[in-house]
Design a protein. Structure first.
Length: 294
């Protein structure tokens, strides 16, 4: 009889022993999950929904894990240390098939670039100055995007050797003047800077025969830039301090038959100029500029 009772007792305890072993192994399996899923808590929730009996048992374990991951999350939010600046570019940034991505890395200078670099994206950093040496040995560059930095100065000749440069984007910086630009540019964007008319040379755009898009909105211009190339299709000058236009701003006062064939869009809204006062200034355009006419 005692033997039978002992056998029944072992039979009843066997599932509990098996379950306890499974619970003991649980923390080991947790580390096999993807980090993003752990942070979201979705795998834990699904596991407990499928096995509600284990929820109470694992409460302490998941609490410890949550604490550890919260500590890791806090660590990832810390800004890069000063020693990051000494890292090779392709460790600090991402280098991929001729493109270098250095976005939001807190760099304050242009990093050394691989010689085959064609596209540089260094947006939202703390770069203050572009020197003549930064791009001197990278003639393969076709696009440079430095949006959202602190650039105040660009040395003479900084872009002079970039004969293939097609797009230059310097929006949301602190520039007060426009540097000498490569002749093959098709897109130049210097929106949201502090550029005044005296910071643009009279012939700054004259020789840019491939330029199609020129963006100078949200600056401090008092007049429309001179000698705009015939290739220009889109001109954004909204939200400046432009007070007037002349018959030669877009057209040619000595040639009444002249037509700007390629100009499709001129934006002048947000300026104090009343465009309706200058009807002869737009006779060569296929479309009137946007802005205030009364």
């Amino acid at each position: 009889m005692k033997t039978l009772q002992l056998a029944l007792l072992l039979f009843m305890l066997a599932p509990l022993v098996k379950s306890a072993q499974h619970i003991q192994q649980e923390p080991i399996n947790i580390y096999d999950y993807e980090t993003d899923d752990i942070l979201d808590g979705q795998l834990f929730e699904q596991h407990f929904e499928d096995k509600p009996k284990e929820a109470k048992i694992n409460k302490k374990t998941t609490s410890i894990i949550d604490t550890l991951f919260q500590r890791d999350q806090g660590a990832t939010k810390q800004p890069p240390s000063a020693s990051d600046a000494d890292l090779p570019t392709c460790l600090l940034c991402v280098c991929l098939s001729g493109s270098v991505y250095c976005e939001e890395t807190n760099i304050d200078t242009i990093p050394p670039l691989p010689k085959e670099t064609a596209y540089l994206y260094a947006r939202f950093n703390k770069i203050k100055k572009i020197t003549a040496k930064d791009f001197a040995e990278i003639p393969t560059l076709k696009r440079i995007d430095l949006t959202g930095n602190l650039i105040e100065e660009i040395e003479d000749g900084a872009f002079s050797k970039l004969l293939l440069l097609d797009q230059l984007i310097l929006a949301e910086n602190k520039l007060v003047k426009i540097p000498a630009l490569p002749t093959k540019l098709t897109v130049f964007n210097a929106n949201s800077n502090k550029i005044k008319s005296r910071g643009i040379k009279a012939n700054a755009f004259k020789k840019l025969n491939d330029l199609t898009n020129l963006y100078l909105a949200n600056n401090e211009l008092e007049s429309v830039p001179q000698n705009l190339p015939e290739s220009l299709r889109i001109l954004h000058l909204q939200f400046n301090n432009i007070t007037s236009v002349t018959d030669d701003t877009f057209c040619k006062s000595n040639n009444t038959r002249y037509v700007r064939q390629r100009m499709d869009e001129i934006s002048l809204e947000g300026n104090p100029v009343i465009l309706g006062k200058y009807p002869n200034s737009f006779t060569c355009l296929k479309r009137l500029p946007t802005g205030a006419y009364f």
